[in-house]
Design a protein around this ligand. Structure first.
Ligand SMILES: *[C@@H]1O[C@H](CO)[C@@H](O)[C@H](O)[C@H]1NC(C)=O
Ligand SMILES: *[C@@H]1O[C@H](CO)[C@@H](O)[C@H](O)[C@H]1NC(C)=O
Ligand SMILES: *[C@@H]1O[C@H](CO)[C@@H](O)[C@H](O)[C@H]1NC(C)=O
Length: 260
């Protein structure tokens, strides 16, 4: 067997195992669509080709993969030159780096998150915001304190999970920004937790994606947030459980919802 053939076969196998997942490819903030970070930009960077600036954060999940529960509490600080490779991936996905530009939404307005074709029907959808306290392109992500502004688990009547509803809605999810949220430069962290493997410890799959969005308006609320590295535990009732039964209760993971 030639070496070229072997490499092509391995690549083919890699591609076919990766088709199952996805990412946030764009957002519509206050009705305006903006492309998010595209996985293909990583190859542009490697090839020294130009790529557009986007409010979506750089991340390196080239396999369209996920963060697993064993990484929930991994804490790294940004003090050295290899910051790009020492990161707490639960914050904004694998080796995430700040976006340099921001979208804009008024408090009370909505943000739609456009996912690539989403395959996993079981699991909640959550959206968090963190005030950067200045320009979001410069903030240290490890210091961001997140407030959960939107969460959805399962409809007990239909047994349709939020991720299934997202698929049925053209792979999009709409989050309303609480009207009272103070204006400022924010990072929005939108996440699906896929739970088709939730019956096993470390079987959950977290897909968090970050986008810089400036919030405008005259709100005055500055709710207290939580570090992303303290959101979840491997044994949370909404992370580690058998989803293949008729669900009659579900404890949505993460800190309490703040609705303004
Ligand atoms: C943002 O700009 C900085 C400085 O020019 C650059 O190093 C970084 O890669 C940019 N971030 C993204 C996500 O393109
Ligand atoms: C569905 O989403 C795609 C982008 O992901 C968009 O191009 C298309 O217009 C959307 N379709 C509808 C009916 O909204
Ligand atoms: C459902 O409620 C029971 C009893 O309180 C609890 O033990 C269990 O963890 C809950 N299940 C989920 C998936 O939240």
């Amino acid at each position: 067997m030639s070496k070229a053939f072997t490499i092509a076969t391995v690549l083919g196998a890699l591609v076919s195992t990766t088709l199952g997942h996805g990412y946030v490819a764009g957002i519509k903030a206050n009705g305006v669509y903006t492309e998010g970070w595209q996985v293909s930009y990583w190859y542009d960077i490697v090839n020294k080709a130009p790529y557009p600036q986007s409010p979506g954060w750089y991340e390196e999940a080239l396999d369209l993969g996920f963060i697993q529960p064993s990484a929930y509490h991994v804490v790294h600080t940004f003090t050295c030159v290899d910051a790009m490779h020492r990161t707490s991936d639960i914050i904004c996905h694998k080796n995430a780096v700040n976006a340099n530009v921001s979208a804009t939404v008024p408090a009370g307005g909505s943000v739609e998150f456009y996912w690539t074709t989403w395959p996993h029907t079981i699991g909640p959808v959550l959206t968090y915001v963190a005030n950067c306290g200045g320009d979001c392109k410069l903030v240290n992500k490890a210091t961001l304190k997140w407030v959960k502004i939107d969460e959805s688990g399962i409809d007990f009547t239909t047994q349709v999970w939020a991720s299934g509803a997202l698929i049925n809605n053209n792979n999009t999810w709409t989050t309303t920004v609480p009207k009272t949220l103070a204006p400022g430069h924010y990072v929005f962290r939108h996440e699906i937790i896929a739970l088709h493997g939730g019956g096993s410890l470390n079987g959950a799959q977290n897909y968090p994606f970050c986008t810089n969005i400036d919030v405008t308006g005259s709100g005055t609320a500055n709710p207290t947030g939580t570090l992303a590295t303290t959101f979840y535990k491997e044994t949370d009732p909404g992370i580690y459980f058998n989803p293949y039964v008729t669900m009659t209760n579900y404890t949505i993971p993460g800190p309490a919802l703040w609705t303004g």
